[in-house]
Design a protein around this ligand. Structure first.
Ligand code: FES
Length: 205
């Protein structure tokens, strides 16, 4: 990822974002609107993804959030730069977030990483492909260890991956397809391979 990037000079919420913001702000009592800062930063990031094909949060948009919530801009900057899920610089169209924490690592996350590099033409973590399609990030446990190893593509989890299925997933994304999230081997939620072995309904018969 390049160390330098162009910051836009203006940002305004579009109609889709405004509708979401109206719902979000209603959740908080009068005078406590600053509590909406994280969801509003998400709204910014999603809108940038829709409009610019890169889901990130420019500085000028943080200022718009601060203004909307009546809080000092520095407090929005603090939140946006603290949480790793906010991208404070442009990223690729798809954000490949590989979990490298112990359960995923033991189940083959190194192979998932290798597949991302090969199929996405990525040099390693922090890299964005030359065609602007993919950015590769290492993340800590995403809470899907039952079906390790996994990656998150933007907000969608793909689980039970190996080298081949990760390559296939990236190929689908390149073709403009968005495979159904979840286990790529068809596992039912987090049941054992082959299907549930208990509480199948047979016990009550
Ligand atoms: S260790 Fe990867 S999701 Fe928990």
């Amino acid at each position: 990822m390049s160390a330098h990037h162009e910051e836009p000079t203006s940002f305004a919420f579009d109609a889709e974002s405004e509708a979401k913001i109206a719902t979000i702000i209603r959740r908080y009592p009068e005078g406590k609107q600053a509590s909406a800062v994280i969801p509003l930063l998400y709204v910014v990031q999603k809108q940038m993804g829709r409009q610019a094909g890169s889901a990130w949060v420019p500085r000028v948009a943080m200022d718009v959030v601060a203004d909307r919530l009546g809080m000092p801009p520095i407090r929005v900057y603090e939140v946006a730069t603290f949480y790793f899920m906010f991208n404070t610089r442009p990223i690729g169209r798809f954000h490949l977030q590989v979990c490298g924490t112990t359960p995923c690592w033991l189940r083959g996350s190194d192979e998932v990483l290798r597949a991302c590099k090969d199929a996405g033409h990525l040099k390693g973590y922090g890299d964005t492909s030359a065609d602007g399609m993919f950015t590769l990030t290492e993340v800590e446990c995403m809470g899907a260890c039952v079906n390790a190893p996994m990656i998150a593509v933007d907000d969608d989890y793909y689980e039970d991956l190996d080298y081949e299925s990760t390559v296939a997933l990236i190929g689908s994304l390149k073709r403009g397809e968005r495979p159904t999230p979840g286990s790529v081997i068809g596992r039912q939620t987090s049941a054992p391979e082959g299907g549930p072995q208990v509480l199948t309904g047979a016990e009550s018969e």
